[in-house]
Design a binder for this molecule. Structure first.
Ligand code: GLN
Length: 291
């Protein structure tokens, strides 16, 4: 019989050898997933024996993880904005960086009346939309995605998190799928320059949907089509917030300015990279100025 503590040590060693960051933590998450208990319970039950079928599953997951399968695909879960999201290879795995976008929205609306209608373009798992619906309790939202599989996951997440009455998930493109007027339009579009894709970690490159990552030659293709598409759908006092890649904030700002939008606040992620940018149709939202 193998005890939980021994299995953890074994898992940590295997993950360390494979160059995985936070190996102890990942081993604990994988073992907790297999045993159906929380990571804290894994610690508390260090002396318990593991049934051999569970041990076999744990080893299989460890070896998949060592070969580069993302942890979130093995557990099927990822936390975002303190909510638990179901995740599959059909969508981008929610990232801590993307919480920067939600934080920017939260702070930008401190002095404005909260949005009643929210649109999330390329919603994927639905994590941004659900986070915003949790922040703005009177708002309804639409999550648009061209992938049927992504729409299924987003709908399942909306249901599981209790947002099914406030979130409508729609399959379509941002060129032809936008219907209605919105006070807040957000997106985390694909923005990695095509030539940089091969430099991404294998976890990302080989396991996450390329359509959610590849932003064309300079990484900005999505913004060029998104910005003209959102303007007619933006209410007069509306705000647009996008996630952007490294060094793209000024470029995205230029595209938006050419289309007549007015720049709003930006926000850096924890690594100090400008990660979220915002725009208004009118200048009313810019702190200290009216245009
Ligand atoms: N931030 C993601 C990454 O670096 C990319 C997300 C995107 O293209 N929207 O893997």
């Amino acid at each position: 019989m193998t005890e939980i503590s021994a299995a953890l040590t074994e898992g940590e060693a295997a993950l360390t050898a494979a160059g995985i960051d936070n190996p102890r933590n990942e081993a604990r998450l994988l073992l907790g997933h297999v045993l159906g208990i929380t990571p804290a319970q894994v610690f508390a039950r260090a002396d318990d024996d593991i049934a051999s079928a569970n041990l076999k599953t744990y080893y299989a997951l460890l070896s998949a993880r060592c070969e580069g399968t993302p942890l979130a695909h093995l557990t099927g879960r990822r936390e975002f904005w303190s909510m638990d999201f179901h995740v599959t290879p059909a969508t981008l795995i929610p990232r801590p960086d993307t919480e920067t976008l939600v934080e920017l929205v939260e702070s930008a609306f401190k002095d404005r009346s909260p949005p009643k209608t929210i649109l999330d373009l390329g919603t994927g798992s639905g994590c941004i939309l659900m986070a915003l619906l949790s922040v703005f309790e009177d708002a309804d939202g639409v999550g648009l995605d061209m992938s049927k599989d992504a729409c299924r996951i987003a709908s399942a997440n909306a249901r599981a998190l209790g947002f099914e009455k406030r979130a409508r998930i729609v399959e379509g493109t941002w060129e032809d799928g936008i219907d209605g007027t919105f006070d807040l339009i957000v997106s985390n579009p694909p923005y990695i320059p095509s030539a940089d894709i091969e430099m991404l970690d294998v976890d990302v490159r080989a396991h996450e949907p390329m359509g959610a990552l590849d932003g064309g030659a300079d990484g900005l293709d999505a913004y060029r089509s998104l910005i003209p598409a959102v303007i007619p759908a933006l209410s007069d006092d509306g705000m647009v917030v996008f996630e952007v890649g490294i060094g793209q904030a000024d470029e995205v700002l230029k595209i938006a300015s050419v289309c007549g939008l007015i720049p709003g606040p930006r926000r850096k992620d924890l690594a100090g990279i400008e990660r979220a940018v915002s725009f208004y149709k009118k200048g009313v939202g810019i702190v200290g100025s009216r245009v």
